[in-house]
Design a protein. Structure first.
Length: 114
C-alpha cells in the first residue's frame, strides 16, 4: 500500500505562484512514475504532469508554466506552478504508480482569482 498526502494548495491571484507537494509513505515509490491530475468543478479529471526516473511530461495547457520535480530520498514529488491563471482553479490530485497499481492522494484545492 502507498499513502499520498498533498499540501501547498490555496488562494492566489492570477499571475502568482504556488508549489504543491505530495509525500508518499507506506512503500517507496522512487522507481515508479508520480504525477498530478486536476479536476475543476463540473469537469472531468485531467492530466497535468508526470515524472519517472528518467523523463517527464506536461499537459499543453501548463507547459512553460508548471515544473514537476521529485526528491526520491524524501519520497516526495513537487509541482511548481507559476503564472497561474483563473482556469488553473481545480482540486489537484497526486498519484503514484507502484507494482502495477495507481494510488491517489485526497487532493488539494488551488483557487486562482482574477
Amino acid at each position: 500500500q502507498v499513502q499520498l498526502v498533498e499540501s501547498g494548495g490555496g488562494l492566489v491571484q492570477a499571475g502568482g505562484s504556488l508549489r504543491l507537494s505530495c509525500a508518499a509513505s507506506g512503500r517507496t515509490v522512487s522507481s515508479g512514475t508520480m504525477g498530478w491530475f486536476r479536476q475543476a468543478p463540473g469537469k472531468e479529471r485531467e492530466f497535468v504532469a508526470r515524472i519517472s526516473w528518467n523523463s517527464g511530461g506536461y499537459a499543453d495547457s501548463v507547459k512553460g508554466r508548471f515544473t514537476i520535480s521529485r526528491d526520491n530520498a524524501k519520497n516526495t514529488v513537487y509541482l511548481q506552478m507559476n503564472s497561474l491563471k483563473p482556469e488553473d482553479t481545480a482540486v489537484y490530485y497526486c498519484y503514484a504508480d507502484h507494482s502495477a497499481e495507481r494510488y491517489w492522494g485526497p487532493g488539494t484545492q488551488v483557487t486562482v482569482s482574477s
